[in-house]
Design a protein around this ligand. Structure first.
Ligand SMILES: [Mn+2]
Length: 195
């Protein structure tokens, strides 16, 4: 099984994450940021990825460090769990509707970190989650996992719906990209290597 776990402790956050790319059963999220928990749950369930996250961050300041640092650790663990990347699909793309909103994510497990982000949110906060942190989370995740990641909200009104559509699309796209494809021999690259 392709798994990875990590404990990371700084002056700002204490984070424990476990990722299992081959067994989606175990999903348990507790970051102290309710809306973020809801999003990570949606991401894992729709990606069919096992994910446990326990984070204690400096929420007396705001949710920035907690959300960003979970993105960092999650990215590191996805990269580690992928190992030599043999026989993975490599690419994943998903559109996810959430009522009036439509979210889109397309990604490439390329070894070349990149984020293209195109979304605007009319609400600055959902509970104690700052909506500008969606971009911070995706940036941290893409750079640490060395994934080329494009995320966009095509349209929509409700901020909760727009962000949930992005996280579900991220889950579905990543789930597709990490899946082992028996038709692919070795690494899915004309170079023969994805670093
Ligand atoms: Mn919801």
């Amino acid at each position: 099984m392709r798994t990875a776990t990590k404990k990371r402790e700084t002056f700002e956050t204490k984070i424990e994450v476990a990722v299992n790319l081959d067994d989606p059963i175990q999903v348990s999220i507790d970051t102290g940021v309710g809306f973020f928990d809801h999003m990570l749950n949606a991401f894992a369930r729709h990606g069919r990825i096992g994910l446990t996250v326990k984070a204690e961050g400096d929420l007396h300041i705001d949710s920035h460090h907690t959300v960003e640092d979970v993105g960092i650790v999650l990215g590191q663990l996805v990269k580690e769990a992928l190992g030599d990347k043999k026989s993975i699909n490599r690419y994943g793309t998903a559109y996810v509707p959430m009522d009036e909103a439509l979210g889109f994510v397309s990604l490439d497990i390329s070894g070349r970190p990149f984020l293209v982000f195109d979304a605007e949110f009319s609400n600055e906060k959902l509970g104690n989650f700052d909506t500008e942190l969606v971009q911070e989370f995706l940036q941290a995740f893409a750079f640490q996992s060395a994934i080329t990641l494009h995320a966009k909200v095509l349209y929509g009104d409700n901020t909760h719906h727009k962000i949930e559509a992005i996280f579900k699309a991220l889950g579905r796209a990543l789930g597709e990209a990490v899946r082992i494809n028996p038709d692919i021999e070795g690494v899915n690259s004309t170079k023969g290597l994805i670093e």
